[in-house]
Write a protein that binds this ligand. Structure first.
Ligand SMILES: *Cc1c(COP(=O)(O)O)cnc(C)c1O
Length: 371
């Protein structure tokens, strides 16, 4: 029997409806209200940071974090080439430039060894991305940053609640950013958050996201700011999601365990996500890489799954092949990202998948590969 299994889906299983209705009934529907405060406070507590500042989405969260670290025209910011485009674009919004680095073959995150020779006298900071829910190896990165006086921003848009050496991601660098888009680990529809324990950074994020208005003088704008605010309705959904975040994360871990179990016999054909001894993976996307002995092309493999009612996604194109960023480096510098991006597939990963769904997906994959 043909199924219809989406690659991602929100799970609104708690107080989402009740809190949104409360916004409607009280008419607190704009960007002031009790849910904003409560969502920020509880998210800061969850991340073990002093401050959390809600904003319109995960892309502007990155822009705010960069502005709060005084990123200016011509600065260089180091990022992994294998990421979602928002990481690179947010740097260009500051008229600064991303400098691309290849990733590690097992975690698919930025390779700390390859950061060193990308540092110039224009380098201001590093944005680390915790790709698909697995933390990047932070210690060597923090060491390099300290030595060269660089800031570290963690793009944790895909990794709410993941841990690195028992520290929660977002709290390890100078600031962390999150996305609450509909397919992320928890959602507000569209939404984002900047977390930090640095008071000055928090004040600047607050200033920039609220049009730059002087906190002590109404309608006085000492700088050019932005309207990057989140609404009370979005925060109402976010608070309800956050109340159940352990459930959301555990569901994804269970999904990953089942994929590992049912795909294990294909180890000669597939590479699976890792979980390093120093990390917990929250599996935003359970991703497989087709080894060379899978003769089918990746795109054909995805098409065959689609024909069986299974939605998948290709791994992101690396930044160095996208038109806005293709002239800044030589594609041969990134063999690992090129390989993952051309052979990687994100399988359906969300909290509402049943064991039966996963068995069906794995059964289809087995038939295709052993054809
Ligand atoms: C989703 C995502 C973002 C951007 O978040 P939006 O809320 O969609 O703006 C940034 N970085 C990464 C790595 C992401 O996956």
């Amino acid at each position: 029997m043909k199924k219809n299994i989406p690659v991602a889906s929100p799970a609104l299983i708690g107080n989402e409806y009740k809190y949104v209705m409360d916004c409607m009934e009280t008419e607190w529907i704009s960007s002031i209200g009790k849910y904003i405060k409560s969502f920020e406070q509880k998210f800061a507590a969850f991340c073990q940071t002093k401050y959390a500042l809600a904003c319109a989405n995960g892309t502007v969260a990155l822009h705010l974090a960069l502005m709060a670290h005084n990123v200016k025209t011509g600065d260089e910011i180091i990022i992994p080439t294998l990421t979602y485009v928002a990481t690179a674009n947010s740097i260009r919004y500051c008229n600064a430039y991303p400098v691309l680095v290849d990733v590690e073959p097992d975690t698919w995150n930025i390779n700390p060894e390859k950061i060193k020779n990308k540092i110039t006298n224009k380098t201001k900071g590093i944005i680390v991305v915790h790709l698909y829910g697995h933390p990047a190896d932070m210690d060597p990165i923090l060491e390099i940053a300290k030595k060269h006086n660089l800031f570290v921003i963690e793009d944790a848009a895909e990794a709410h609640g993941a841990t690195y050496k028992n520290k929660i991601v977002g709290s390890i660098g100078n600031a962390g950013t999150f996305s609450f888009f509909g397919n992320k680990i928890i959602t507000t529809g569209e939404g984002g958050m900047v977390v930090t324990s640095d008071e000055e950074v928090a004040q600047k994020v607050f200033l920039y996201k609220g049009q730059g208005v002087d906190p002590h003088r109404r309608y006085w704008f000492p700088i050019i700011g932005y309207n990057y605010r989140m609404t009370n309705i979005q925060a109402a959904i976010g608070l309800a999601q956050l109340e159940n975040i352990e459930w959301h994360i555990n569901k994804r871990k269970e999904v990953a365990k089942l994929y590992n179990k049912y795909l294990y016999e294909l180890s000669d054909y597939l590479i699976f996500p890792v979980e390093k001894s120093w990390a917990t993976n929250v599996y935003w996307m359970y991703t497989i890489i087709l080894r060379d002995n899978v003769k089918m092309s990746r795109d054909h493999f995805m098409k065959e799954l689609e024909d069986r009612g299974i939605e998948t996604r290709p791994v992101f194109y690396p930044m160095h092949i996208l038109p806005p960023y293709s002239n800044i480096s030589n594609p041969d510098e990134f063999p690992v990202a090129n390989w993952i991006s051309s052979r990687g597939v994100n399988l359906p990963t969300h909290a509402k998948l049943s064991e039966e769904d996963i068995q069906y997906v794995c059964g289809c994959i087995k038939n295709l590969i052993k054809l």
